[in-house]
Design a protein around this ligand. Structure first.
Ligand code: NDP
Length: 325
């Protein structure tokens, strides 16, 4: 039974110019929800996130491993523990990266997107997702076809809203125009954004503002680097320690910056993870920070950011100096 006080502390922000409010912290299931992860931990994380007022859960066809297993596991947890609360949740999925062999199992064709969404719905046991994303731009498929497929998904009743991910500013503007013409506005953009990767500040946020599109940055903690996880060592149970998308040499290269940022966070009496999240939430275009978490303690820490979002001009300048250094 979810906590009756779950909506008291979380803050919600309007997503672009839409009717949708998203929690300022959302939970992604890229890691920690595959068949390689323990079911009890997954169940605990989803239940606890929902208790904290996190209403948005982000998936994709290929999350696991193996690909597809995160959707299956999430679907089971939803069915067994939270079925009565489906209408209180925003559940998203995506297609774009490699999912199955042959010419129709990745990128941006109508053939792939519609089939993949059907597969995702089956895996999760859902009739519809709230948001269906094109996961990455496809240089070889006409944007009209890809956006047409997103629009079709909405008309089929299989998605309520659509979004794009990893699109550069100019392609975002074109995609938004095509979707507007079709009568299915682009709800949201999901880019990578954190203190160590600031590309969206060079044009994307302006486009999102002008087009009224929300923004939900992924990897806001740089996969755990912008936390206390790696300050002393590379723990064997950490993402870098397990060896995957985050590599030890990358962490080691960033450590001087991470340590300097940690000192500023300490002066604010805030863990580095919270400061890193507050820092991305400072942009008015950012609707929600899309975190990952491997434990309930991490979820609790990250949600506490809402108690201290403000920065002084001096703090921002000191952070800027470190990031540019
Ligand atoms: P984060 O940058 O938030 O990294 C999450 C990881 O950081 C956790 O798994 C944990 O790692 C560590 N961590 C989190 N909080 C803390 C804390 N308080 N203290 C110490 N360590 C902490 O995000 P992700 O990279 O996981 O991405 C989030 C979501 O974004 C994904 O689940 C997915 O939904 C989406 N995404 C989308 C992409 C796209 O192309 N559209 C690409 C990538 C992600 P550890 O396991 O070491 O404990």
């Amino acid at each position: 039974m979810p906590s009756p006080s779950r909506y008291e502390k979380m803050k919600y922000q309007r997503c672009g110019k839409s009717g949708v409010l998203l929690p300022r912290i959302s939970l992604g299931l890229w890691h920690n929800f595959g068949d390689v992860d323990t079911v009890a931990t997954q169940r605990g994380l989803i239940a606890h996130a929902f208790d904290l007022g996190i209403t948005h859960f982000d998936l994709a066809n290929n999350y696991g491993p193996p690909a597809g297993s995160a959707e299956i596991n999430f679907g089971r947890i939803l069915r067994e523990d939270l079925a009565a609360y489906r209408d209180e949740m925003i559940i998203s999925s995506k297609a774009g990266y490699y999912m199955y062999p042959g010419p129709y199992g990745e990128w941006g064709s109508r053939k792939y997107l519609i089939a993949s969404l059907d597969q995702s719905l089956k895996r999760m046991g859902l009739e519809y997702v709230d948001i269906f994303y094109h996961h990455r731009p496809d240089p070889n498929t006409p944007l009209e076809e890809t956006m047409g497929a997103l629009d079709h998904a909405v008309r089929q009743g299989k998605a309520l809203y659509v979004g794009i991910s990893n699109y550069r500013p100019e392609d975002t503007r074109r995609a938004a125009a095509i979707l507007k013409g079709l009568g299915t506005p682009c709800l949201i953009h999901q880019p990578k954004y954190n203190m160590l990767d600031r590309w969206i500040e060079n044009g994307l946020t302006t486009v999102l503002e002008e087009e009224g599109i929300g923004c939900i940055p992924f990897s806001p903690l740089a996969q755990g680097q912008l936390t206390d996880r790696y300050l002393k060592e590379i723990p064997s149970d950490s993402r870098a320690g397990r060896g995957g998308f985050l590599k030890t040499p990358e962490v080691e290269k960033n450590l001087p910056k991470i340590r300097a940022l940690n000192a500023i966070a300490a002066n604010r009496s805030q863990p580095l993870a919270e400061m890193a999240l507050a820092w991305i939430l400072r942009l008015p275009q950012v609707t929600s920070a899309l975190i990952g978490a491997s434990s309930i303690t991490q979820l609790d820490t990250n949600v506490k950011v809402l108690e201290r979002l403000e920065f002084s001009a001096e703090e921002l300048a000191a952070i800027e100096a470190i990031l540019r250094g």
